[in-house]
Design a protein around this ligand. Structure first.
Ligand code: PLP
Length: 392
């Protein structure tokens, strides 16, 4: 029996982990299969194929039995050799963070950075590649979640391909919520996970890996094997007749399968549209209350996140805890450099629905008003509604 002091949230409007689809919840509640049971072996192969299809990739996807952050570390460890020069493109906390891992394995690291409310210009990447012709690997984040901003990843990918380097793309919090696929952005390693726009539980990672990236890893003498940081260990695990390096998180895999079924049954384009509509309504409401969005310009704001600048004189804790106490609504704080500068309202998975945008505007508005900022919540709600078909 639960015996907590704190009530469970009424509404989770975070940027991950997120509320999961009922279908995923049902899948997670089934009996845990034995990993070598023929049922699970078939399911595992199917989910890898389904994930590949969702990513519009020719090959089955690679599933890693860890959260995306350690999966990105594993990709760095596996791909980057002591001979590689890495160009890291950083427009936020995740982008910058990759540089620390890259540094551990590479010959030399060079970076392109912009302030954390802006996006990388592909021309900056082209310039950095001209200045550093020895770059063999480029890394970029599509949606740097702690900033709520998108980088023009397809254009960046084209520049990287032109140069001939391998490209690693963190699309953890954009894939499934908008039109983004590894082929379109020329990614050699494309990383996502179930716990963001796919509305699944957060314990796994899903990757697309190109032949060139596999070849690079196979040549890399320092690429880990028999290790949690290994990609190579799992390369063929999707095949029914192959062994697993260690027991997969079977329950999570069953949940992931349900998340992809949800995605396909609803239809990717339909899913993307409701993410975009929810974000648009939410942002209209936030702005109409006189509050400021963090991304500059607004056109780089991600459809899965609304990052709101914290009004002068308020703290992150004040807004978060007031929204939680009064409404039971959970928002996400900023992270590291963006902490206390912004609050993030997530529009991911099942809460990418307009009614949650309206609720978020009400809860956010009430939280800042509670701390003495004069906002008109009614105006915010009307502005959010005005974005909906037929004005709500
Ligand atoms: C959520 C997220 C990750 C993964 O972080 P976890 O702590 O493993 O959830 C990586 N990159 C981005 C851009 C993310 O939003």
């Amino acid at each position: 029996m639960e015996n907590f002091q704190i009530k469970a949230p009424t509404m989770t409007l975070t940027t991950g982990p997120v509320a999961i689809y009922p279908r995923v919840q049902e899948a997670l509640s089934r009996p845990v299969p034995y990993d070598y049971d023929p049922y699970f072996l078939e399911l595992y192969e199917q989910v890898c194929r389904k994930a590949g299809q969702a990513m519009r990739w020719d090959e089955p996807a690679l599933i890693l039995q860890v959260e995306p952050a350690p999966a990105i570390e594993a990709a760095a460890a596996s791909l980057i050799s002591a001979k590689d020069t890495v160009l890291n493109v950083a427009s936020g906390v995740y982008g910058k963070g990759f540089g620390y891992w890259a540094q551990r394995y590479c010959n030399r690291l060079t970076e392109v950075e912009v302030p954390y409310n802006q996006a990388i210009d592909p021309e900056q990447v082209a310039e950095a590649l001209r200045a550093n012709p020895d770059v063999t690997i480029v890394s970029a984040v599509h949606h740097d979640t702690p900033s709520g901003t998108l980088n023009p990843i397809n254009e960046i990918g084209a520049v990287v391909k032109e140069h001939g380097a391998l490209l690693l793309v963190d699309a953890v919090s954009s894939f499934g919520g908008m039109d983004i696929h590894p082929i379109d952005c020329s990614a050699d390693i494309f990383i996502t996970g179930p716990g963001k726009c796919l509305g699944g539980s957060p314990g796994l990672s899903v990757l697309a890996v190109s032949e060139a990236a596999w070849a690079h890893m196979e040549k890399n003498k320092d690429a880990p094997t028999a290790s949690v940081l290994s990609l190579l260990d799992w390369k063929n695990a999707w095949r029914k007749e192959e062994n697993f390096p260690f027991t997969p998180s079977v329950a999570e895999v069953v949940g992931l399968n349900a998340a992809f079924d949800q995605y396909f049954d609803e239809g990717p384009e339909v899913v993307w549209r409701r993410h975009a509509l929810t974000a648009r309504a939410c942002r209209a409401g936030i702005k109409a209350m006189g509050l400021k969005l963090w991304p500059n310009p607004e056109s780089i704001a991600a459809p899965s996140t609304t990052a709101v600048t914290i009004p002068e004189g308020l703290t992150s804790e004040q807004i978060i805890s007031t929204a939680r106490k009064i409404f039971g609504v959970t928002f996400s704080t900023g992270r590291m450099e963006t902490y206390d500068k912004l609050i993030r309202i997530g529009h991911m998975g099942p809460v990418a629905e307009p009614i949650y945008a309206v609720s978020a505007v009400a809860a956010f508005g009430a939280a800042v008003r509670h701390h003495g900022i004069s906002v008109n919540i009614g105006t915010g709600i009307e502005a959010a509604m005005a974005e909906l078909p037929n004005g709500g």
